[in-house]
Ligand binder design. Structure first.
Ligand SMILES: Cc1ncc(COP(=O)(O)O)c(C=O)c1O
Length: 352
């Protein structure tokens, strides 16, 4: 008899992300401007027939990355985007019906993977004022919880944890022998990191990506950092040659070329200051301490604004329903000032 896995059959996935070429894309937290064109050309000039022909060599880039993080390669696993690493951690460190605790709203793939593998994802909601009470996270850690997922900072809320809060949560998880996954996809926009815990303790992972500040979402590259035995488990799940040579070439050049990361950060900061300033002037409540995105409470219907931005302005943004006192609100990716100007002028026109 043919078999179809019911968990996959009933799984809801969105596959509408391929018709975005002619739009100003402020919906998925990519860098809408990308890397400087000259830099991209220069990196591509280093592409040889061998690089294209051979399976990707991960050792060299893993060493470069280990140096960047001041660690060694046994603590790192390269993945095809950090979402792949998250999936493997869920697969390896939880069982069927296993309890996974995570905050909501958050990056949706945590719930998708949990459902895909028949896990039980337990949601810890934000307070009405969009703050997170860490005691609510701690109180949801039961003896049978297998994995706790934290984000630093969280997408879409843009909130962060203090070191004290984080250590309090970590100690509670440790006492109950719960593996902790810390998603630091937005690390470079917010420099405080919990990486040192993943690099010195067991059962703590940090996932990071090259899709955000590094502006390489099209290349697909991320990594998992953790203790060597945990990393081995993640490696066992990887498809063969899962990280591609172009991605590693770009990432290495970004890390090696002085000024590239600083340039990206400066451009971002200029866009961010402009956006926040304009929103304040226009009287829009907004939220997002960290990350390359902002939550905005619109004056009129959020869904209608998103649709009209798309149809009339060719700008893609996202809406989140029922977010505490913000209600239905908008999430906008922050990019270069010129893109933020376009967004603000569209918002002023459409949100009335
Ligand atoms: C919080 C968070 N984690 C992980 C990812 C996945 O990033 P990637 O798979 O491109 O590395 C995203 C993407 O938007 C994200 O927002």
């Amino acid at each position: 008899m043919y078999h179809i896995n019911p968990a996959i059959k009933n799984l809801y996935r969105i596959f509408d992300q391929n018709e975005r070429r002619d739009y100003l894309r402020l919906d998925l937290n990519e860098n809408p401007g990308g890397l400087p064109e000259e830099f991209v050309k220069e990196v591509l000039s280093g592409v040889t027939p061998q690089l294209v022909a051979q399976y990707p060599e991960t050792l060299h880039f893993t060493e470069v990355l280990a140096k960047h993080l001041d660690t060694d390669i046994s603590r790192l696993c390269l993945v095809n985007g950090s979402s792949e690493g998250i999936r493997y951690i869920i697969q390896a460190f939880t069982s069927e019906n296993g309890r996974i605790v995570g905050v909501v709203p958050s990056y949706f793939m945590f719930q998708v993977y949990s459902e895909m593998y028949g896990r039980n994802f337990v949601k810890v909601p934000y307070n009405d004022d969009l703050t997170m009470d860490v005691n609510n996270i701690i109180n949801s850690l039961t003896d049978d919880t297998q994995l706790l997922i934290l984000l630093n900072p969280n997408n879409p809320m843009g909130n962060v944890y203090t070191v004290d809060e984080f250590e309090k949560i970590l100690n509670a998880a440790k006492q109950k022998q719960i593996t902790v996954l810390i998603d630091e996809a937005y690390h470079y926009f917010y420099p405080e990191t919990f990486m040192k815990y993943a690099l010195t303790q067991e059962h703590i992972f940090v996932t990071r990506t090259f899709s955000k500040l590094f502006s390489m979402a099209g290349c697909r590259l991320g990594y998992v950092a953790g203790w060597p035995e945990g990393i081995k488990m993640v490696q066992k799940l990887c498809t063969p040659h899962n990280t591609n040579a172009f991605a590693m070439l770009f990432a290495e050049k970004i890390l090696d070329t002085p000024g590239v990361l600083d340039g990206l950060i400066n451009t971002f900061n200029e866009g961010r200051s402009y956006l926040i300033n304009e929103l304040d002037k226009l009287g829009y409540p907004h939220k997002g301490e960290a990350g390359n995105f902002l939550f905005i409470k619109p004056k009129t219907d959020a869904q209608r604004i998103v649709e009209r931005m798309k149809q009339e302005k060719k700008i893609l943004i996202k809406t989140y329903p029922n977010v505490g006192e913000f209600g239905d609100c908008l999430r906008v990716t922050i990019g270069e000032k010129r893109f933020m100007e376009k967004f603000i002028s569209a918002l002023v026109e459409l949100d009335k």
